[in-house]
Design a protein around this ligand. Structure first.
Ligand code: IMP
Ligand code: MG
Length: 189
């Protein structure tokens, strides 16, 4: 059976995600961001960032939007720790409040890498928003400023997140049902 045909069990449905995005936008507004630049970490955060940006608009914020494409090398579903820039931010970040948006905070290496990069370029503040946080998985010390949901220690897909390039299009976050197959299908970055 190919990956896209596998069953995905829903963990966070569309309504829960939409409600949480509205709440996150309020939390972000409360941090009084000035000259805000939202930097979405591709690819996994594209759907979350798109919805969060619209929620930010609805609470009255007018951020500029940028993208950085990072790749964290993985063996199967486990991060090896190296992060590479595949596409860099083009806007000036010096003196600005930046909101870094990513899909999952797991080892923390991706978010720390991006945060350090933006701080080194002179950002005034780098706030971080992640859709999901997996507790107890951190290899480096980092807490996100804004967290959508605490996620169980399972490999999740959907709402932008993939397993071997599949499932990004799902409007919800779910878990692939491996009952009928082997997880070695993930052996691709
Ligand atoms: P970290 O650098 O270990 O925190 O890894 C974060 C990145 O690994 C995320 O931005 C995701 O792209 C990816 N990742 C971690 N866990 C999962 C998962 O359960 N499903 C899909 N991608 C994941
Ligand atoms: Mg990612």
């Amino acid at each position: 059976m190919s990956i896209p045909e596998r069953r995905v069990r829903t963990l966070f449905d569309e309504a829960a995600i939409a409600k949480r995005n509205t709440e996150l936008a309020q939390e972000i507004l409360s941090a009084n961001p000035e000259d805000l630049l939202v930097v979405a970490v591709l690819k996994g955060s594209f759907m979350f960032a798109a919805d969060l940006l619209r929620a930010l608009h609805r609470v009255g914020l007018s951020p500029q939007v940028e993208f950085v494409h990072l790749s964290s090398y993985r063996t199967g579903t486990v991060s090896t720790g190296q992060v590479e820039i595949l596409r860099d931010v083009q806007s000036e970040v010096r003196g600005r409040d930046v909101l870094l948006v990513d899909d999952i905070l797991e080892s923390g290496r991706t978010v720390v890498f991006a945060k350090d990069l933006l701080m080194a370029r002179g950002a005034k503040r780098v706030l971080t928003a992640v859709l999901l946080e997996k507790p107890g998985k951190r290899a480096v010390t980092i807490d996100a400023d804004f967290v959508g949901f605490t996620c169980p220690d399972v490999f999740v897909v959907g709402y932008g997140m993939d397993a071997a390039h599949a499932f990004r299009q799902l409007p919800f976050v779910g878990v692939v049902d491996f009952d009928s197959g082997a997880p070695d299908l993930f052996d691709e970055a």
